[in-house]
Design a protein around this ligand. Sequence first.
Ligand code: TMP
Length: 393
Amino acid sequence: MTTTVFLDLGKQPITNNFLKIQNPPNEFFYNLKIMFNEETKLVSLVDFVPPEKMFNETYAHRASMSLTMREAYKELSLKIKDRFNPKSILEIGSNDGVFLKNFLDIGPIGVEPCKNLAEITNSMNIKTYANFWNISLSNKVSNDNGKFEFIYSANTISHIQNLEEAISAVDNILTDNGVFVLEDPSLLEVLKNISYDQFYDEHAYVFSVTAINNLLKRTELEIFDIEKLTTHGGSNRIYIKKKKNKLNTSKIVSSTLKFEEDFGIDKLETYQKFAKSVEKSKNDLCSIFQNLKSKNNKIIGYGATYKSSTILNYCGLNSECIEYFVDTTKNKQGKFTPGTHIPIIKPDNYLKNDINFVFLGAWNFKNEIFNKEKKYIDNGGKFITHVPFPQII
Ligand code: TMP
């Protein structure tokens, strides 16, 4: 056996299935178990959820809702123009166009299976294919538009269950001197921060650089640069080229692989140790909630993220523990969190100080949120977070 299940996060709902009624009959749940492949070093879900159940016209996440993300994408587009000056660009998983709108002058092309999002980008003059990314779509896109000098995919390739096909489809449509940038949460950061909330239905995989490197060995592609990002609690932006393209390979590639090896990313024991830390994290977070609730504190949640769904369901935090969530995403407002049925409402301009504690669902936007809620904090308001360990801040 090359794969071993190391973590069981119990019954979980579809994270983007925000509920229209609080207690719907027949809500869909699946078993969230995570496994490690000792041969490829890939970490993946044991049971994949059918993609059509997750990525459809009701998909709620809008990348452009966050100021942090809007600014990050603007900055990235300037960097790409400066470093590579591409004449053609494709984004796989273009969401609401927050990245591609910076390339309107070169006729950007998007791929986005969620029809509600594809409609938005098509209306922004970004030609968007509302389909899942695979070889047959890459053939169609290249027949229609030719090959691409730059392909970008953030938080998408890790969602595609047939990973080898997804990578071959990129290889198929990249020019010989082209660059493919893949950006996804870093497994190393997940292990370091005990941020087990990166495991949910959409994340079929959580990548280490080691696993991507191994995967590419079987293709015509290779990594030539890496950037470490703070987005989503720690991500890797991995720059990939064709092996025959003579672009220089940065030293950061070998140093990152060595760092991951030294951390033990290639060893099953590392994951078994992580699983024990996850259990402790759950027990400690539950104790914090029990203690605060026993003193009748008013606790709400901030940011009904997909990630927080794993925490809430695994730790059994429902509307008795968290009165409601505030979230700026319009199509989450007026709905209820999947599985745990906590109401989600539109935030007031600022948090009011009759709220004693705020659970940071969107912990990856901690700085942005703390800046926005300075008055609440100055007046004694407190936040609860589970990263890197459960605590009140
Ligand atoms: P994400 O981590 O999947 O990008 O989701 C972040 C969610 O948090 C998104 O629904 C918007 C919400 N959010 C707020 O409600 N207020 C904020 O200040 C920020 C930064 C995010």
